[in-house]
Each structure stands twice: as structure tokens, then as C-alpha cells.
Design a protein around this ligand. Structure first.
Ligand code: ARG
Ligand code: ZN
Length: 413
């Protein structure tokens, strides 16, 4: 559909090669009751398979799962038989439609774009190149490696002046469908680099941002399947491809909250670091791990600041109080902007532990303040497809949280 003002509505959902989700449902279970919470924590045993967990609404205490068309009836029967009150919500595929300004396609990508629309991978790379050219003394690009399909995984180093300052490392979008995370990372890069107010902070803390850690998956999610989560690696003799890169890190790899089946959304890969994306990231972090004092993996959705350990339940690092305290300071800074609430919780004690994730691995390498942030939304149907007119606010809120971590690292190291 082409509109007069040069605005094109790309109905990805209606494009013939874009995966159609007719008949799919979002399963909502309210887990406030302890009995139900236990059931949800053991949902894999109850259903005989692990449903695709989307996120949760901790305010309403609801867990959200994505249920394939062919499983809807069976899952519903199973839950009813176990006396689990639930709702099968229709998937509003309209939310998959993304507005795109045609006149911006081949022109300069600006901070305006980062705040008001989702960018494709080339646009993201164009943006960081422009920022690096604009602030050559502050911003340097570093290639960490290539994705499975050969796209460059690039780190943006801000305030790297060759000294031994402590580093805060941020990476975004290891899960392809969590689109808002890429915008948050790009906004962070631009804001820290361009605003004089942060020069002082940058003189004592260096920031490294990897704005797109899973470019193959992201492009696939834009062009073929809005719900794609994994990498795009291919396996011989398998009808399914891709591994969950956030189950592929070399720490308790392949244990809890993972699947060894290639068709699963949480397939942990053939071995730890089998995914070239994970190998590139772990190598790069290890090269300077003694300097890295803060690590955040940006994900969506659920408005949560998660701290380790997450590979199992009820196990915490010895300095967990520091992680909680700084996590709460981050949440408070977010809330101060527009009253948006993030909850600070242990990543393993929630609805499911998950081993082989980047936050646990980073913590295991001695990076003190290691977190996963599940960005907005929490309380609406849009999930991964946060409407573009809300990108800007999430960018600004997440920026505050990251700034708090940088200030904390500056004062402690
Ligand atoms: N939603 C994220 C995932 O499934 C959460 C990871 C949290 N960290 C953890 N170690 N469990 O990958
Ligand atoms: Zn995620």
C-alpha cells in the first residue's frame, strides 16, 4: 500500500513469504497461586514439551507462551484437566505490520530513525558508521567476527583512549525477535558519544556496545518470520535450523532450561560456542575480561532486571547483595522518568532457569555487575512488536539504567 506522503505500509505479515500465524495462540496463565506457579515452573513435564516462553507480566503474575496451531487444543485440554485456569488469546497479526518511511530507505539514518522506527541491519551499521565518523575521537568500531551467514558483528567502543579504564559492556538482540533491544543499543551509543554531559563519565569508564549480536536472525525475523528467535546456522539432515545463542555460552552448557532438539526455540546448539556469534562475543570479552566490570544483555519483554545465577534455582553469587542494590538503583532511575516499573529479580528463581546464557557466563568470568534486562512492554498485547511510537520512551528509560551502572562502576573501580 502506498500512501500519498511517501509513506509505505510494509505489511510483512501479508507478504507472501512472511510466515503466517493464523490459528496460533498466546497462552496466558495466571500463576499467583503457589500450586499454579509450581505447575508453570514444571510446564515442560506437564505438557510433554517446552512451550515457547514469550515473557511475563509480573504485575499481573501472568506467564505468556506461544502455542502452535496444532497444539492449541491439546494444551488447553491438558491445562483444564489439571485445573489450571488459563486463556488462549488470539494473536493480533496486525501488530506485525511495521510502518516504514520509504523516503528514508536510502538516505542517512539519523537518531530520529533510531527513536521512531525499527532499522534493518544495514541501516544499523550505517548509523554506527556515521556516528564513528562524526565523533572520531570518542567512537571506534571493532569487528568481533562474522555471523553464520557472514554478517559482521561489530562492537562500538566509546571513550576508548588506550588507557586501562574499567569497561561496561552492553550487547543487544541475541534473540532476533526482540527488536526494541537494537534501538536501545543504538540510542545509547549516540547519546553517550554526542552529549557533552557524558564526557566526564567517559573519562573514567569506557563503554563497549554490540548493537546487533544476531544479525542473521534479525534479518530473518524482518523478512520471513516475525517470531524467529535463534541464530540461522544450518545442520545436516535436519528440517530445523538455528540455535538459541543464549543457551550456547560455555557455563553449565546444555543442563537446565535448554533443549537438545534442533527444532526447539531453546536448542542449545551442538556444543558450547557452536554458534559463531557466541564464539566471537566470548572471545572478545575474554580478551579484556579483567577490565570489564559491568555487563548487560538487552532482551525483551517483561520490564525486568535479572541477576545471576540463572542456570538453576536458588543459587546466588556471594556478592549478590551488590547486584541487587545496583539493580534497584537502575530500576529507580528508570522509574523516575515516567513511572515505568522494572522488577529486580534473580533469573533462575522466576518461571524457568536457563543454562548457557550470557549473563551467567559473564559473571563466571569475574565480571561483577552482570545482568539481563528484559525491556518493555509488560502490560499489553504487543510483546516483541512494541509499537514504533513507543521506541523513544524505552530508549530513554533504558539509557538511565545503563548510566547508573556506568556511574557505579566509575565510583567502585
Ligand atoms: N529471557 C532470557 C532467555 O530466555 C532470560 C535469560 C536470563 N538469564 C539466565 N541465565 N537464565 O534467554
Ligand atoms: Zn531474549
Amino acid at each position: 500500500l502506498l500512501f500519498g506522503a511517501g509513506i509505505i505500509l510494509i505489511g510483512f505479515a501479508s507478504a507472501s513469504d512472511y510466515k503466517n500465524y493464523d490459528g496460533f495462540k498466546i497462552l496466558e496463565v495466571k500463576y499467583a497461586e503457589p500450586r499454579v506457579r509450581r505447575y508453570v515452573q514444571e510446564i515442560e513435564q506437564h505438557l510433554g514439551f517446552m512451550p515457547d516462553f514469550l515473557g511475563e507480566n509480573w504485575k499481573l503474575q501472568q506467564a505468556h507462551y506461544f502455542i502452535e496451531k496444532d497444539s492449541v487444543a491439546r494444551v488447553s485440554r491438558q491445562l483444564t484437566a489439571n485445573n489450571i485456569t488459563h486463556r488462549m488469546r488470539d494473536l493480533n497479526q496486525n501488530i506485525f505490520k511495521v510502518r516504514k518511511r520509504r523516503d528514508l530507505e536510502n538516505s542517512q539514518v539519523t537518531i530520529q530513525d533510531v527513536n521512531y522506527r525499527y532499522l534493518n541491519y544495514n541501516e544499523q551499521m550505517q548509523f554506527i558508521n556515521t556516528v564513528a565518523q562524526q565523533f572520531p575521537n570518542t567512537v571506534k568500531l571493532q569487528k568481533l567476527g562474522n555471523s553464520y551467514e557472514g554478517r559482521s558483528i561489530t562492537a562500538v567502543r566509546i571513550g576508548d583512549d588506550g588507557t586501562n579504564k574499567p569497561i561496561v559492556w552492553i550487547d543487544a538482540g541475541i534473540h532476533a525477535r526482540e527488536w526494541i533491544s537494537y534501538n536501545v543499543a543504538l540510542y545509547l551509543i549516540y547519546t553517550i558519544a554526542s552529549e557533552p554531559a557524558y564526557r566526564d563519565l567517559l573519562s573514567s569508564v569506557q563503554l563497549v556496545v554490540v548493537p546487533n549480536t544476531n544479525p542473521d536472525g534479525y534479518e530473518y525475523s524482518r523478512t520471513h518470520d516475525r517470531m524467529w528467535r535463534k541464530t540461522r546456522s544450518r545442520f545436516t539432515n535436519s528440517r530445523c535450523g538455528g540455535a538459541d545463542a543464549n543457551r550456547n555460552y560455555p557455563f553449565y552448557w546444555g543442563t537446565k532450561g535448554v533443549s537438545h532438539s534442533q527444532c526447539s526455540e531453546i536448542y542449545c546448539g551442538t556444543r558450547a560456542q557452536s554458534e559463531p556469534e557466541v564464539l566471537a562475543l566470548t572471545n572478545a570479552i575474554q580478551r579484556e575480561e579483567t577490565r570489564i566490570k559491568g555487563y548487560i544483555a538487552l532482551h525483551s519483554y517483561g520490564q525486568e532486571i535479572l541477576y545471576p545465577w540463572g542456570h538453576t534455582m536458588r543459587q546466588y553469587p556471594s556478592d549478590v547483595q551488590d547486584l541487587i542494590q545496583v539493580g534497584q538503583a537502575m530500576a529507580a532511575a528508570v522509574k523516575a522518568i515516567n513511572n515505568t516499573e522494572y522488577s529486580v529479580v534473580n533469573s533462575g528463581d522466576g518461571l524457568y532457569p536457563a543454562a548457557g546464557a550470557s549473563d551467567d557466563w559473564a559473571k563466571s568470568r569475574g565480571i561483577k555487575f552482570s545482568y539481563t534486562i528484559e525491556l518493555s512492554p509488560i502490560d499489553d498485547e504487543t510483546g516483541f512488536t512494541l509499537p514504533e511510537d513507543r521506541i523513544n520512551q524505552v530508549n530513554r528509560e533504558a539509557f538511565q539504567a545503563i548510566q547508573v551502572l556506568m556511574i557505579e562502576v566509575k565510583s567502585r573501580f
